[in-house]
Design a protein around this ligand. Structure first.
Ligand code: DQA
Length: 143
């Protein structure tokens, strides 16, 4: 089964971000990790990243139109993008929000997620394993 794993701004530059927060996996490594974990659970994961709000909205529309489950790390969009929230709300398959770090343990502006309220669930703070746990949750929900 095909799923979309959508990643927001600056996540393609994980190698340049604070490794004490985001760990040492590069984004290409993260794609390999997610794809392999997904395959073990019987998912064909299409892993994408964009720095553009418009592109992210188009991908969420695609998920809604094609009834695809979504794992999404909205990155900084998490904290303010009502447009992405509204687009994610159109997806009737499960939408799982993930974060590498635990935003609630960080700066106050990260304590708000405008996405969580429409997500099926949220997993945060486990590094790349946040994605793995999201995929596991998805497998349990769907199968
Ligand atoms: C993040 C957390 C966000 O606050 C931040 O803006 C990101 C990454 C995470 O995966 O921990 O870019 O979503």
């Amino acid at each position: 089964m095909k799923i979309l794993v959508l990643n927001g701004p600056n996540l393609a530059r994980l190698d340049l971000r604070d490794s004490s927060i985001y760990g040492s996996m590069t984004f290409p490594d993260l794609i390999t990790f997610i794809t392999a974990e997904a395959a073990e659970l019987g998912f064909n994961a299409d892993v994408r990243q964009t720095d553009s709000e418009s592109q992210m909205i188009q991908w969420l529309h695609e998920a809604a139109d094609s009834q695809l489950p979504v794992v999404i790390n909205p990155a900084a969009f998490t904290h303010y993008s009502y447009a992405i929230r509204d687009a994610a709300e159109l997806v009737k398959s499960p939408v799982i929000e993930v974060h590498l770090s635990n935003p609630l343990a960080r700066e106050e502006f990260r304590h708000t997620s405008v996405i969580s309220g429409i997500a099926t669930g949220t997993i945060a703070g486990f590094g790349p394993d946040s994605y793995r746990l999201a995929l596991l949750a998805l497998a349990r929900l769907i199968k």
